[in-house]
Write a protein that binds this ligand. Structure first.
Ligand code: GRF
Length: 208
């Protein structure tokens, strides 16, 4: 049984997709053992509570220094004993010690087809604003392992989504979530839970 901790900062629709997918067995062999947010007002925490999943808020605002916060964050994650850490819209920089601890055991969902529209400053609506500004016809989402860079770790899954006439950032974001994020994140977790993702240098191989 793969034990998963999900880290969130906002609405938690990706967390909800994971919860629903465990329930309907789109994700097998997996238990969500905890949810951690940096934002005490994150609706994602309510989703965890409604589904009987232990949760806690670890906010940088509650600690004297970033170093102390980083220690407390890693301590909180380790406290749940996860096999896999899932960043689902988690907007805090992951401490290097945590990246080392969970190398190739921590994944992130990014709302673009990496390497487009990713890296520092590309998060949330900004990603979709940049895509519309560039005039691309296809966008999408990416699930990748987390390494020391920003959105640079080995890619696990990607899914493309059409840009439609008249799209604004909000409509594009919603379509990318509905058609891509909420599908490939659960799928990636199921693949990992069943030993089907192998990392080879900075790429992955999905085993049959
Ligand atoms: C999603 O768009 C995700 O791609 C990005 O942050 C957003 C999180 O949304 N990383 P939610 O909290 O899962 O609704």
């Amino acid at each position: 049984m793969l034990k998963v901790v999900v880290m969130v900062s906002g609405g938690g629709t990706n967390l909800q997709a994971i919860i629903d997918s465990v329930k309907d067995k789109t994700i097998t062999n997996t238990q969500i053992v905890g949810v951690i947010s940096n934002n005490k007002n994150a609706y994602a925490l309510k989703r965890a509570e409604e589904n009987g999943i232990p949760s806690k808020c670890i906010s940088p605002k509650d600690y004297e220094t970033r170093e102390v916060f980083n220690e407390k964050l890693l301590e909180a994650v380790k406290g749940y004993g996860p096999d896999l850490v899932v960043l689902a819209g988690f907007l805090v920089v992951i401490p290097p010690a945590m990246i080392a601890e969970y190398r190739n055991r921590m994944i992130n969902i990014h709302p673009s087809l990496i390497p487009s529209f990713c890296g520092t400053g590309y998060y949330g609506l900004k990603v979709h604003e940049a895509a519309l500004e560039r005039g691309v016809k296809v966008v999408g989402a990416t699930v990748h392992f987390v390494d020391e860079g920003t959105d640079t770790g080995p890619i696990i899954l990607q899914k493309a989504v059409e840009v439609e006439q008249g799209d604004v950032p909000e409509t594009l974001q919603r379509r990318v979530m509905e058609q891509a994020e909420w599908k490939i994140l659960p799928c990636a977790i199921d693949l990992i839970a069943n030993g089907r993702v192998k990392v080879e240098e900075n790429r992955t191989v999905i085993l049959p």
